[in-house]
Write a protein that binds this ligand. Structure first.
Ligand code: BDR
Ligand code: CA
Length: 307
């Protein structure tokens, strides 16, 4: 299995991504770090703990940044609800592991072999960027950085920017330019993981425990998006985990990727899909398409393994 450190901001889809990671033997989840994002850190931290607790997992959960590197914190409660989980109440989880995400990530990297760690980011990139900036010598431990962030086309926060990229573009810039391979699950990809009432019903019909049932409730609680004519929503964050579990579900393309830091387009990811800029180094693997039926079948099967 891959040794994985997961940074998140639960977050309805973060919760499902965490359960998918915890249920998958392809992933050896060593650390969960939490940032403010979908809602404030005061809520994302207990949410992460509750999600881990419901799965009966023992992985350390450590609090991280409550704001981006630059600028003020904003949140997204109209999608995820004031509590971040769409109003679905989980039993309280275990206490957080003391310390700060930036130190916990560095400690985990220090103890690992070169090229052995996969960093996964499904929230604002602050915690991971802080850790790698504080101790760049640890970059050689990193095999790959898998991010749900950005958009080829229109954003979902501003017209230009996707939420995670918009929340901390400087942190994302650190990761995109760090020299390690970055994998991008953008809005264009996650739109293909489209949650419809029929897919929620199919998940509900699968025998499973409390995690599977809570996942179905959470999916049902997310309001259908205007972006998709109110027919459903994109299941963003589990796509990043699915890349580690079942890469055969994806078609990919190597691209040059950067993030805009200035002006009205702040937070826009610039992804040179067709390699127009011959001089630009291809620093990212763009996840281009997803076998959605295979993805939802895999998700249901994995969630059914949890308590
Ligand atoms: C991203 O922002 C949040 O709403 C989701 O959890 C996901 O990480 C999608 O833009
Ligand atoms: Ca998220």
């Amino acid at each position: 299995p891959r040794l994985v450190l997961l940074d998140c901001d639960p977050g309805t889809d973060d919760a499902i991504a965490l359960w998918l990671a915890l249920a998958s033997p392809e992933i050896d989840l060593r650390l969960v770090t939490v940032a403010g994002g979908n809602v404030g850190l005061a809520q994302t931290l207990p949410n992460a703990l509750a999600v881990v607790g419901l799965a009966g997992a023992r992985v350390p959960v450590v609090a991280g940044a409550d704001r981006p590197l630059v600028g003020r914190f904003r949140s997204e409660t109209d999608v995820h609800g004031a509590d971040g989980l769409g109003g679905v109440v989980l039993p309280p989880g275990p206490p957080a592991t003391p310390g700060l995400a930036v130190d916990a990530i560095r400690d985990a990297l220090r103890g690992a072999a070169p090229g052995s760690v996969t960093l996964v980011g499904i929230g604002p990139a602050t915690n991971v960027a802080l850790a790698l900036s504080a101790e760049p010598a640890l970059l050689d431990r990193v095999a790959e950085i898998v991010l749900m962030t950005g958009a080829l086309g229109e954003g979902n926060w501003t017209q230009a920017a996707e939420f995670n990229a918009a929340m901390d573009p400087e942190a994302l810039a650190v990761l995109l330019s760090c020299g390690r391979p970055v994998v991008l699950a953008t809005l264009d990809l996650t739109a293909q993981a489209f949650v419809t009432p029929a897919r929620i019903a199919a998940l509900r019909a699968v025998p499973g425990g409390a995690c599977l049932r809570a996942a179905a409730e959470i999916l049902a609680a997310v309001p259908p998006s205007r972006r998709f004519g109110f027919k459903g929503v994109a299941l963003h964050d589990p796509c990043a985990i699915a890349w580690l579990v079942a890469p055969g579900l994806f078609a990919t393309r190597e691209v040059a990727a950067a993030v805009v830091l200035d002006g009205a387009d702040r937070g826009r990811t610039r992804i040179d899909r067709w390699g127009r800029d011959k001089a630009a180094a291809r620093n990212a693997l763009f996840l281009e398409s997803l076998d959605a039926d295979g993805f939802f079948a895999m998700l249901a099967e994995r969630l059914s393994r949890l308590p």
